[in-house]
Design a protein around this ligand. Structure first.
Ligand code: MN
Length: 228
């Protein structure tokens, strides 16, 4: 059972989640369980692994900053749910894969912080591509022998990019294991267990690019008690 965090469509007052996440979990052999953005946590005994999905910006109050002009939309109920989910998952050792916004939530829940808007960072590449989701717009260098490297078996990959924020100071117990050429953190992981976050969207690259399918396979395997 893989808990998948859902977002809010504020305009239509609906809970929403791109099907690509659900499909990716199913292809990997997991059972998707959607977790609604209620502002509260969710019973951790109901799922074996957690998938934190992409979405709007995290309220900078969670990392002790006031909102700056480059900050985008925020969703307070989603923030409350996801921060609590990560806190409990790290405590319990629940396998966790965090995508895009998810890697930012993971870092902040562990005490780290974010660049509120990458355009304020000198020399930053364009990290919000206009190309389709399957297109890999920039490169990443992956640390050898990291969890990410053990799953993908490569030190160089090309990824899509749909973010305007990124990880700044790392949260406690987390290490950065992939960077884009401009030095932006593109992957984070825990020192123990299965805790992995990527700044790109592997689920959106399927089926044109299948290089990142093993990420979902590894989450489901870890949720089933397997060693990676
Ligand atoms: Mn990027």
């Amino acid at each position: 059972m893989i808990g998948i965090t859902a977002g809010v469509d504020e305009k239509y007052e609906r809970c929403q989640i791109p099907l690509a996440y659900i499909d990716a979990v199913r292809r990997a052999g997991g059972v998707p369980l959607l977790i609604p953005p209620t502002g509260e946590g969710f019973p951790p005994e109901l799922f074996d692994g957690l998938l934190l999905t992409g979405g709007v910006d995290l309220d900078p109050a969670y990392y002790r900053e006031e909102p700056r002009p480059g900050l985008g939309a925020i969703c307070p109920d989603r923030d409350g749910t996801e921060i609590e989910l990560v806190r409990v998952a790290l405590e319990r050792g629940t396998p966790l894969l965090a995508i895009c916004r998810g890697v930012q939530v993971l870092n902040v829940a562990a005490g780290g912080d974010l660049y509120q808007d990458l355009s304020s960072r000198r020399g930053a590449l364009k990290h919000y591509q206009d190309a389709p989701g399957w297109h890999a717009s920039h490169g990443v260098a992956i640390e050898r022998d990291s969890l990410l490297w053990r799953i993908l078996r490569t030190e160089a990959a090309r990824v899509n990019s749909f973010h305007h924020q990124s990880v700044r100071l790392l949260g406690a117990g987390l290490v950065a294991t992939a960077y884009s050429p401009d030095g932006v953190v593109e992957a984070l992981e825990g020192r123990r267990g299965f805790v992995l976050g990527v700044q790109w969207h592997p689920e959106r690259m399927w089926p044109r690019c299948q290089e990142f399918e093993p990420l979902f396979g590894a989450l489901v395997a870890a949720a089933g008690g397997g060693e990676i």
